[in-house]
Design a protein around this ligand. Structure first.
Ligand code: ASP
Length: 450
């Protein structure tokens, strides 16, 4: 059995929905279809979820919401008309959208989530009706009925472990089930959404729950590219990635899949594939527990900017017991997350994301390091980027870092720091942001041009 999740761009118009129908019809194992809300039809369009946010804002500030309601209903109606669905489905959707404006505003922590969830919920109803009209035995199921129970943190729900047993019962349903993504129900019957883009999480939860053979995540690209297509011209799509590699690439800016979506499928040992609705013949990218394909040392190259480093030196630092802990304590007290910490004998750099450092926190760090820890020198460097080469197989290959550093030197790119964890899943280089794009291209050519 397969769980197939379709993102907003795959569900934005009647034309896209026809592609989805063909995909579902072409494989009987596609039994669980998880759907997002309709996405943009063109770059200037509005996503239904964003239209619902506007509707919510106007409703809660007491403004007239007729235009908002009409826009959203029309969005579904246009698709339903083009697909030749009976007006009944639009009546149902229209009522659901209008009823949102009858919900209490006061003492209602879940109002925002309830508005947002309507995008997915109504799309699932429409898609189930569309599938049925075209001869599939399909039905819509509400996440609460399906068994997706979540914690009550609005906008940031977490799945409750007890959901998985309930979800397993879905295996007994005949035909195709269409499940809205992005939200679940709390134990006291409130609608609570995952964070934005969270339909991927629903897909992963359902896949783990029904113990699927595969979780297919359909989007609008041919899988995960080995480098950013905006930087490298026509990069190849990676045929196979491990969960660990995916996590490393996602960390450094590869955003094809929601971060939290990896966990349920990983724990359930469910293989995952990222595929393209517009090119379903393409094999896409498989995300697996262990590599099965060719022994390639590097699978992808990622670059991300907006990093800073706190560079600290102190003579005989290596002999001072507890120095590192004291430095990290300063950061912890200021509630600052750090990302990497390359060290030397008498120096230490702490690399963090720029957003962690406000001017006040920066002053406080410098003052504490100088006065309490009596460092000889401290400097905060901005405008840094990190580059990562990622691949679990690099541990059994010699010369991977050498290939990367040669690419840097051939392109006159100065390396500020290098760091490789003992798991050898990735090597991270810190460089000045002005060289980031050039560096990504240089690395891509070095590892993949052959
Ligand atoms: N519709 C939701 C959002 O825009 C969830 C999703 O598409 O996955 O964030």
């Amino acid at each position: 059995m397969k769980v197939s999740k379709f993102g907003g761009s795959s569900l934005s118009s009647a034309e896209q929905l026809n592609k989805v129908l063909n995909i579902v019809r072409s494989d009987e194992e596609r039994k669980f279809i998880v759907v997002s809300a309709p996405g943009k039809r063109n770059p200037d369009d509005t996503k239904v979820t964003d239209a619902l946010i506007k509707y919510y804002n106007n409703y809660t500030s007491g403004k007239d919401v007729t235009t908002d309601q009409e826009w959203i209903i029309k969005r579904y109606k246009d698709m339903a008309d083009e697909l030749g669905l009976s007006p009944k489905i639009i009546d149902t959707i229209s009522e659901a959208i209008k009823q949102l404006a009858d919900l209490p505003i006061e003492n209602n922590d879940f109002l925002y989530d309830t508005f947002l969830a309507a995008g997915e919920d109504n799309n699932a109803k429409l898609i189930a009706a569309f599938f049925s009209k075209n001869g599939l035995s399909a039905r819509y199921i509400h996440p609460q009925k399906a068994g997706i129970f979540v914690t009550g943190e609005p906008g940031n729900a977490r799945i409750l472990p007890s959901s998985y047993d309930k979800l397993e019962n879905l295996r007994d349903y005949e035909g195709v089930l269409v499940i809205p993504g992005f939200f679940g129900a709390t134990l006291d019957n409130h609608i609570c959404t995952f964070s934005r883009g969270g339909s991927d999480i629903t897909g992963s939860i359902v896949a783990a729950g029904v113990k699927a053979d595969l979780y297919e995540n359909f989007t609008d690209v041919n899988g995960i590219y080995a480098a950013h297509p905006g930087v490298v011209k026509k990069p190849h799509s990676i045929p196979e990635l491990t969960y660990k590699e995916m996590r490393e690439l996602a960390y450094a800016g590869f955003n094809v899949l929601h971060d939290e979506a990896l966990i349920p499928a990983y724990r359930g040992r469910i293989p995952l594939v990222i595929k393209n609705t517009n090119n379903p013949e393409h094999p896409g990218t498989r995300i697996v527990l262990e590599h099965t394909g060719a022994d390639v040392p590097v699978v992808g190259i990622a670059g991300d900017d907006k990093f800073v480093s706190i560079d600290i030196s102190k003579y005989l630092m290596n002999r001072e017991v507890g120095f590192g802990r004291k430095v990290l304590q300063i950061l912890e007290d200021l509630n600052i997350r750090f990302e990497h910490m390359p060290t030397g004998i008498d120096d230490m750099s702490i690399v963090l994301r720029e957003r962690e450092l406000t001017p006040i926190k920066e002053q406080e760090i410098i003052s504490q390091l100088t006065h309490n820890l009596e460092v000889d020198h401290v400097e905060i460097k901005r405008g840094l980027s990190i580059l990562m080469i990622v691949g679990e197989n690099m541990k059994s290959h010699i010369g991977v870092t050498a290939t990367a550093t040669k690419a840097f030197s051939d392109n006159h790119i100065n390396l500020t720091m290098i760091s490789q964890g003992s798991s050898e899943v990735s090597v991270m280089f810190v460089i000045n942001t002005e060289n980031e794009k050039k560096a990504v291209r240089a690395l891509y050519n070095a590892f993949f041009s052959k």
